[in-house]
Structures are given as C-alpha cells and as structure tokens.
Design a binder for this molecule. Structure first.
Ligand SMILES: *Cc1c(COP(=O)(O)O)cnc(C)c1O
Length: 220
C-alpha cells in the first residue's frame, strides 16, 4: 500500500469534522513530501529539533503540530511557526510559550495534556493538576496564548473497553471545562486517538486524531 492510499483509506473512515494529523516522526522529508503532494497539510512531530529541521525543508503552508513532551528551553525553536502544541503540562511551560509567542508577535494555540493511562508513566497532568492550571490567575494574563482544548493518550492495551473508558473520561473532563469563561481558554479541540484506537476515540468525541503507523507503516 502506498502512503497516498493509506491516507485516503483513513480519511474515508473519519468524519470530515475530525482533523487528521499525520504523525511524521522518524520519517524522512521525502515521505512527508509524498503526503504533501497528496494534499495533506497537518503534520505532527514529537521532537523539537526534528520538527524545526523538517519545517525548514518543506513548504510553508504546512501546519505543524508538536505532540511530544516539550521542555521550556526548547520552546524558542518552534515558537515562530508551530500551529498547535498538544502537550502543555505545566503553568511554567505555558508561561514560556507565552513569552516566546510574544517575541514572535504571535498567538500560539495550545492543548493541555491529560494523563489517562493506568499502568505506564506517561506525560500529562492528572485531573487535579489540570484544574489548578485552568484556574490559575496568571493564565488570563497570557495574551499570546490560546488554550483550545485537551489532549490524551489511552493505555497501550488490547482491552478496547478500557480504552473506551479512558477516552470517555477525557471527553467528560473536556465537557466540564466547556463553560469555563476565561478569555483565552476555549474547549473546542479534543485530540485523542492514534493508529490503533482512533475509531474508538472518534466514537467517544475526539475532534482530532494523530495517526502515524497506519499511514506510513511501522517505524523502524
Ligand atoms: C507517535 C505518536 C502518535 C502516533 O502513533 P501511531 O501509533 O504511529 O499512530 C500519536 N500521538 C503521539 C503523542 C505520539 O507520540
């Protein structure tokens, strides 16, 4: 199967209201160019350096999604161009993104990452930490930040019922903060679902899926 065929196949199974982010991490720019030539513009990377390098090498109308853990000292490398940061997990990070966005005269869209999986250590905040961040006084003063929703990853398991419950929980949290009424927080994007579980995620309210291996094949 070619990359284009895989892309079309996935697109045909997701509603047009759901955004498909093609996760291009580890793949060379030639492969990304194939996706680009097939009309795709939403690309996701998990490492700052890799994303910045690919941004330089590819056309400017690509929208770059940072989906991996982000260290505060690396924000500056992506601030000039990043479209959406999915992995905000602290007030300190949000503050740094605001600072770098200000320098670039931009407003950067962010999602808050919530920890869902039971067994493994994964990045993200638990519900208490999320609540504290959303309610922090400082957030409203971050004029160069727009919090647009939440991101989460389900457990890496074959147990589809567990996955469904985890996604359902995130959707419930998302709905809870819909009426938060802060000027730069607006719950409109729910980023959940990867190659193995994006269908379950969409059934449970996902508006944005991050799909890598189902498009490119397994990463080496
Ligand atoms: C790698 C990755 C994906 C895509 O995973 P696939 O199983 O290849 O679809 C999605 N989200 C995050 C945060 C990732 O790191």
């Amino acid at each position: 199967m070619s990359i284009q065929n895989n892309l079309q196949q996935i697109r045909s199974t997701i509603p047009s209201s759901v955004t498909l982010v093609a996760v291009t991490k580890t793949h060379p720019v030639e492969k990304l160019k194939e996706l680009y030539d097939a009309g795709h513009r939403q690309f996701g990377e998990n490492k700052v350096q890799e994303m910045a390098g690919k941004y330089e090498a590819l056309p400017r109308d690509i929208q770059w999604h940072l989906i991996g853990h982000l260290q505060t000292n690396k924000v500056k490398y992506i601030a000039p161009f990043v479209h959406l940061i999915h992995s905000v997990d602290s007030l300190k990070l949000l503050q740094e993104i605001n600072k770098q966005a200000q320098k670039c005269n931009r407003v950067i869209s962010c999602l808050l990452q919530v920890y869902l999986a039971k067994e493994e250590t994964k990045f993200g905040m638990d519900e208490e930490e999320l609540k504290a961040l959303i309610n922090a006084q400082e957030v409203e003063q971050f004029a160069n930040i727009q919090v647009r929703g939440l991101m989460g990853m389900a457990s890496n398991t074959d147990n589809t019922e567990q996955i469904r419950m985890e996604f359902h929980r995130l959707k419930t949290i998302f709905d809870l903060y819909k009426s938060i009424g802060k000027k730069n927080i607006c719950m409109e994007i729910l980023s959940m679902g990867m190659s193995s579980d994006y269908k379950i995620a969409i059934e449970n309210g996902s508006t944005m899926v991050r799909v890598g291996s189902a498009i490119f094949g397994n990463r080496g």
